[in-house]
Design a binder for this molecule. Structure first.
Ligand code: SAM
Length: 220
């Protein structure tokens, strides 16, 4: 249940300083930054840790519902920051415990995000559990709201039925247009999400297939 979850009443009420102490309040040389990349259901955080040096100027947030997993990722990020103190590396990633299916608009204003990742989401195989899947018609509308025009939703799974489901729901939303295979091949994030997440590695070791679908947020 979510009764013990903490979340801000609105994005303006969110205090990001504990998560990104190097960026909040803004350093004297620069403007205030906003989180613009979200890894939904980030698990053990492998994706964030690979993305951190790839996009050192972007603030990126993992959202994870499991308490202990969130704590583990938080500590790992603190250790990485300490290890890279000289360069300031890994100050741009953080993890938050939260239910991404309920509270995204409490954290992000309209059009705030440029990238959202859904890597190996829980498949919820049984039909009666499909409504628990993290991409549905209702949630597609929410993701379209927090994503800016030109922003991209990245999905990857080893479960073909879930892949078809995510494609069906994102395709049905008028704000999303699927990237071509060529566009996917050119996007470094597609390679990283295929290789860097813990689930992606496991599937790779077991010789499983990975299904990718990415969608661009169109102008309203
Ligand atoms: N993305 C990671 C990876 O590829 O290794 C983890 C994949 S794991 C199969 C799915 C994760 O999503 C789990 O860690 C689970 O706790 C988390 N999760 C499930 N529902 C969620 C929700 N509503 N909000 C946030 N996280 C959620």
């Amino acid at each position: 249940s979510d009764h013990d979850l903490e979340y801000p009443a609105s994005p303006a009420d969110m205090d990001w300083s504990p998560l990104y102490p190097a960026y909040f309040p803004a350093p004297a040389e620069g403007p205030q930054r906003q989180v613009e990349v979200a890894d939904i259901g980030c698990g053990y955080g492998g994706l964030l840790m690979e993305l951190a040096p790839e996009f050192p100027d972007k603030l990126m947030l993992g959202m994870e519902i499991r308490v202990q997993v969130t704590q583990y990722v938080h500590e790992k990020i603190l250790a990485l920051r300490k290890q890279h103190k000289e360069t300031g590396g890994y100050n741009n990633i953080a993890v938050l415990r939260g239910n991404a299916m309920k509270f995204l608009p409490n954290f992000f204003v309209k059009g705030q995000l440029s990238k959202m990742f859904f890597c190996f989401p829980d498949p919820h195989f049984k039909s009666r559990k499909h409504k628990a899947r993290i991409i549905t018609s209702t949630l597609s509308a929410e993701y379209a709201y927090v994503l800016r025009p030109g922003g991209i939703i990245y999905t990857i799974t080893d479960v073909r039925d879930l892949h078809d489901w995510m494609v069906k729901h994102l395709h049905a939303h008028p704000s999303f247009q699927r990237l071509t295979k060529e566009e996917e091949a050119e996007d470094v994030c597609v390679r990283i999400m295929s290789e860097a997440t813990e689930e992606g590695k496991k599937v790779g070791r077991n010789g499983g297939e990975k299904f990718v679908a990415c969608y661009r947020r169109l102008e309203d």
